[in-house]
Structure formats: C-alpha cells, structure tokens
Design a binder for this molecule. Structure first.
Ligand code: CMP
Length: 149
C-alpha cells in the first residue's frame, strides 16, 4: 500500500463520489468539508488485503478506483466471495459501528485507490450527523443480513 497525496483533484473526486453514496449525499457540506480535511488516500496493489476477517477495525474506506472482493471464511482454508466493491462503494463500517472484529476479508482484485477515514473521525461523523448515522447503520444491517447474521 502506498500513500497518495490529496490534492484539489482528489478533493473534487471525493466530493463527486461521496455525492453518489446515499449517506454522504445526505450529509451537509460543512461536515463533508470536515471529513475532507481528515481523509487520506492510498493505492493498493492487486491481491493486497485491505482488511482481514477477525481483526479489529480501525478505518472506514471509500473506493475511488479499482475492484475489491469481499470474502468470508467457510473453513480453515476456504472462503466464499460474498460481494464485489467498485468505485463509489464503501466498506469497513461494520466493525467501527459495533466494535466487533471485521466480518470479512476485503482484498483488491485489481490495483485500487481508496479514501480512508480513521475510526475516530468516522465516529465523529456518526455523532455529528444523524442522517449519516442512519444511512450507514442501514447499510451495515443489510450487509449483516446478507452474511446471515
Ligand atoms: P467490517 O466488518 O468492518 O470489515 C469487512 C467489511 O466488508 C464489512 O465491514 C463491510 O463493510 C464489508 N462487507 C461485509 N459483508 C458484506 C456484503 N455482504 N456485501 C458488501 N460488503 C460487505
């Protein structure tokens, strides 16, 4: 994983992407600007794992470029792919909302670029914006059901 700079171009990209995401779309511009100040931007190689099932969560991710697979363990060695994530999708919210371990492993199926918000800033966004909190909880609940939990 390689840290990239957040220049004006990336800020515009994040704003554009976040407007397409349900819960960000309902976020007021002031909070979005606060998030923008705190967001980091990383590039991941094909095959690289961004988060691992069972580990504690410390970040929330928004896909800017690339494609990622969400896999859940079915045994000691095997896993089942439950979803694919593309630009405009986000992930990593479940562990942050529940403080439980990561529910799945998310790995890059091609080189990918992600915006990353650390847990403390994610918590702040949830606390300060009820619309964001409501939408992100809805998303986490839907994914939880899809996992059969
Ligand atoms: P978290 O449990 O923090 O870490 C793994 C992430 O994978 C999880 O949050 C969700 O964001 C994502 N995830 C889990 N299950 C699904 C699913 N069924 N569809 C899409 N994304 C999922």
């Amino acid at each position: 994983m390689k840290k990239l700079q957040v220049t004006d171009a990336e800020s515009v990209l994040f704003t554009r992407i976040s407007r397409k995401i349900n819960f960000f779309a309902r976020m007021n511009m002031g909070l979005l600007e606060e998030i923008l100040k705190r967001i980091t931007y990383y590039q991941f190689d094909k095959g690289e794992k961004v988060c691992r099932q069972g580990e504690p969560g410390d970040s929330f991710y928004v896909v800017a470029e690339g494609r990622l697979g969400v896999r859940v363990k079915t045994g000691l060695i095997f896993s089942r792919k439950v979803a694919e994530l593309i630009p405009g999708d986000c992930f990593g919210e479940m562990a942050l909302l529940t403080r439980a371990p990561r529910t799945a492993t998310v790995a890059c199926e091609e080189e990918s670029k992600l915006f990353i918000l650390t847990a403390d800033h994610f918590d702040e966004a949830v606390k300060q914006n009820p619309a964001f909190a409501e939408e992100i909880k809805k998303l986490a609940d839907a994914r939880k059901s899809a996992l059969g939990k």
